[in-house]
Structures are given as structure tokens and as C-alpha cells.
Design a protein around this ligand. Structure first.
Ligand code: FES
Length: 170
């Protein structure tokens, strides 16, 4: 009887030992795999990056001009090239203004002087949305907020644009 008891204890000991070692080995394999699977989701993707939009500061006029560029966007495991656009001009003080062309009503694309009836304004053709040159929405038209503005910086005489932020007058 006491021999049986000892045999059972030995078996239990082996069970515990093998379970412990097996668990340890499984954790050693699973942790790196889990990390590899989750890591891209936790990484930030180019947050705060600026892109050269191929526009020399000397070429920026008082008339808004549309600039387009592409950025690589990383979304988890998926990488893609995304097209971006802005309306860029110098205001009366000589400051560079870079406005998002995305209408704040339902997301259509605004154009500069897109309406013959409303010159010197941004116009959204979807529902006749209008914005002053500053990007502020014209009251009484569908948009309820000014166009977003891009963060900007100048390096070696070239304009770089970053993230869109709410308009200063929003
Ligand atoms: S989406 Fe621009 S006015 Fe409606």
C-alpha cells in the first residue's frame, strides 16, 4: 500500500514536472509569435511625418493652387500608398496657408473658384457648399465648419506638409 502511494506520488511528480516544462516551452514559442502578430498593430505609422509636396516657397502665389502628393500608409500589416491634396497660397501677410480640400459637410472635394456666381471662394459642387479664401465656411451654406489646415514647414526653400488639424478659426 505504501509502495502504491509512493508510485502515485512519483507519477504526480512526473506529471507536474512535465506539465511545467511543457508549459514553459509552449510559452517560449507562443510569446514571440504573439508579439510578431500584435506588434504591427501597436506601431504608429508615420505619425507627425512631413512630406515634400514639390512646391518651392517662391512659387507659392496669392492664388490658391492645388498640390498633390503620395504617402505610404501602414495600417496594421497592410501597407498602401495614399494620395493627398491641399490648396496652398500666401495670405496678405505673406504666411503660407495649406487647406484640406475635403468639404466639412459630407466629404466631397472643394475647388477654388468652382462656381461662377461666387468668385474668390472655395466651392463644393455636391451641395453648393462655400468657403471664404481663408477656409472659413460661408454661413447659410451646408458646411458647418471651416476647412481643415495642414501642418507645414519649409526646408531648403521647399514646402513640406504634415497632418491635417482643425482650422484655427474652428
Ligand atoms: S459635401 Fe460639400 S456641401 Fe455637401
Amino acid at each position: 500500500m505504501s509502495g502504491d502511494k509512493q508510485q502515485v506520488s512519483r507519477r504526480q511528480f512526473l506529471n507536474y514536472t512535465l506539465t511545467g516544462v511543457g508549459g514553459f516551452m509552449a510559452a517560449g514559442i507562443m510569446v514571440p509569435m504573439l508579439r510578431m502578430a500584435v506588434d504591427p498593430v501597436l506601431k504608429t505609422s508615420g505619425h507627425g511625418d512631413f512630406a515634400n509636396v514639390n512646391l518651392a516657397v517662391d512659387d507659392i502665389t496669392k492664388d490658391p493652387q492645388r498640390v498633390e502628393w503620395e504617402i505610404e500608409q501602414v495600417d496594421g500589416w497592410y501597407k498602401s500608398n495614399v494620395k493627398k491634396a491641399a490648396w496652398v497660397y500666401k495670405n496678405d501677410e505673406g504666411d503660407i496657408i495649406a487647406l484640406s480640400p475635403i468639404c466639412k459637410h459630407l466629404g466631397c472635394v472643394v475647388t477654388w473658384e468652382g462656381s461662377d456666381q461666387h468668385p474668390n471662394e472655395f466651392f463644393c459642387p455636391c451641395h453648393d457648399g462655400r468657403y471664404y479664401k481663408s477656409g472659413v465656411n460661408v454661413e447659410g451654406t451646408p458646411p458647418t465648419a471651416p476647412l481643415d489646415m495642414y501642418e507645414k514647414k519649409v526646408e531648403n526653400g521647399m514646402l513640406y506638409l504634415g497632418e491635417v488639424k482643425p482650422h484655427k478659426e474652428a
